[in-house]
Design a protein around this ligand. Structure first.
Ligand SMILES: [Zn+2]
Length: 241
């Protein structure tokens, strides 16, 4: 949030909050546009996203994971606790390289889970901490900034420090998410191209564009959190005597 302490905080606010925000919006726009383009490229295999996900898991001996439709556009995810692969309607029944790429990516997460892939386990373990960190930081930063004057010079900075610590947990979670997502997409590309479900050339290229764009949104989320941490650190240490 912008703080009215004069012109000196405007530049950090623009650089550390607004620029990452725009990067995130651009990344989301890229996902939608590359997904839209890849939706117009039918995969030569003719299978649907759900069929491909089931096929990949069956080929790897995974029999305890279900595949079902989830609601909302691009709401696709793998739920390791429920052992459930949830695919959005467009992906579940879609037969484009966009649908197959996303379905295979989510199946890649199921493979990671079955193979006890380290970063995925680490990420699952950090989820509760990151959620607490996110809630605590929201409240602590808001209170810290709004009530700085009223709370006095000790409690205000302490709240900001607590908020920054909470954000660090969120950043840690987002950092561990990067190899997990990159690995799932790498598996998806390898599996689909090596089995011929997606053919090399235009099909593989359109699918790769979607998966790369999706990966960028995770980078953008981390950059936004790091920017926010720096911004509040500047406020905290810049105003402390
Ligand atoms: Zn993923």
């Amino acid at each position: 949030m912008p703080i009215t302490t004069g012109g000196s905080t405007l530049l950090p606010f623009l650089l550390l909050i607004i620029v990452p925000l725009l990067l995130g919006l651009w990344a989301q726009f890229r996902v939608r546009s590359t997904f839209g383009a890849a939706q117009r490229v039918p995969a030569s295999s003719g299978l649907s996203g759900a069929e491909v996900a089931r096929e990949i898991m069956r080929a790897h001996g995974i029999t305890n994971v279900g595949v079902e439709v989830s609601h909302g556009m691009l709401s696709d995810h793998y739920d390791p606790r429920a052992k459930m692969l949830r695919l959005s309607k467009e992906v579940y029944s879609g037969r484009s390289v966009a649908a197959l790429g996303i379905a295979a990516h989510e199946a890649g997460h199921a493979l990671q889970d079955a193979q006890h892939y380290g970063p995925l386990k680490l990420r699952s373990g950090i989820v509760p901490l990151a959620m607490v960190g996110s809630h605590v930081s929201n409240i602590a930063l808001l209170m810290g900034v709004l009530l700085w004057g009223m709370l006095g010079s000790t409690l205000g900075p302490t709240l900001l420090l607590v908020g920054i610590a909470g954000l660090c947990l969120v950043a840690l979670f987002q950092l561990i998410t990067l190899p997990v997502e990159y690995d799932a997409s790498r598996r998806a590309k390898d599996l689909l191209v090596s089995t011929g479900l997606v053919s090399q050339g235009r099909e593989a290229q359109a699918m790769g564009a979607v998966l790369n764009a999706a990966a960028l949104t995770y980078v953008a989320a981390l950059v936004a959190t790091l920017g926010t941490i720096l911004y509040y650190a500047l406020i905290l240490f810049g105003r402390r005597d």
